[in-house]
Design a protein around this ligand. Sequence first.
Ligand code: NAP
Ligand code: GCO
Length: 266
Amino acid sequence: MNRSLNFSLEGKVALVTGAAYGIGFAIAEAFAEAGAKICFNCRGEQHMKDALQAYKEKGIDAHGYFCDVTDEQQVADMIARIEQEVGVIDILVNNAGIIRRIPMTEMSLDEWKQVIDIDLTAPFIMAKAVIPGMIRKGHGKIINICSMMSELGRETVSAYAAAKGGLKMLTRNICSEYGGANIQCNGIGPGYIATPQTAPLRERQPDGSRHPFDQFIISKTPAGRWGTPADLMGPAVFLASDASDFVNGHILYVDGGILAYIGKQP
Ligand code: NAP
Ligand code: GCO
């Protein structure tokens, strides 16, 4: 079969960061369905306990690791344990991320640094840690979870937009520097997805009406709905599989058409 028709991840070792729930969990579930061995990390003990149970209920024997992706030593220790317990990593998804919604002039330097550390510096730390193994294996896939804010700004998300914009360019630079080692580094740019991270933007108002931002996103999305983590499963499997071996440095926006659309007239 032509490799570009091979969407299987059979026998691959995948590490999805921050995959205790949300987008990361859905991507890990999709990888498992495609045949991959699943590794994930998070920081919270309850998150880990709940996640392992959730993977088990889906029939997935996931390997969970406590690791703060901003801590280079914890990352090195996790990668070493995965290589010993599961195998050398074939697929890395830099999914772990946070957002702080604060007007820039009111944002503290520590709040700015926390977002940059998790959303931009950590993908650098993670990629730096897994690329040597991928070079030894002769192939690798890195998928960075970018954002609408890799292309657009909005009020109160300055640190997040700066990080996600930088993550887009880190993706292109890893492509440029390691494409010759048969490593493909691409991004996924989700639109507005219903997860805990965006729950504050979808809260029902006291009168039972939809949150103004919820209504705004519906009007800006041709699909007329928020995305779900499941909407990202197919695109992620494509970018993790042989089918995308000649796709490199690309940001695949999975946004229901937001970036193409000026928005519905009020
Ligand atoms: P989420 O529901 O808030 O989940 C974030 C995950 O990351 C959690 O498992 C969290 O677990 C983990 N995490 C956070 N900081 C970490 C750290 N320092 N080390 C290790 N794990 C860490 O987020 P989501 O909505 O699924 O988003 C996942 C990714 O997609 C993020 O990069 C986000 O920026 C991006 N994204 C989201 C949307 C959206 O609309 N939801 C759209 C575009 C892009 P612990 O707290 O236990 O560590
Ligand atoms: C926000 C949202 C967005 C989404 C996502 C959009 O406050 O605007 O949280 O940033 O998380 O990144 O692609």
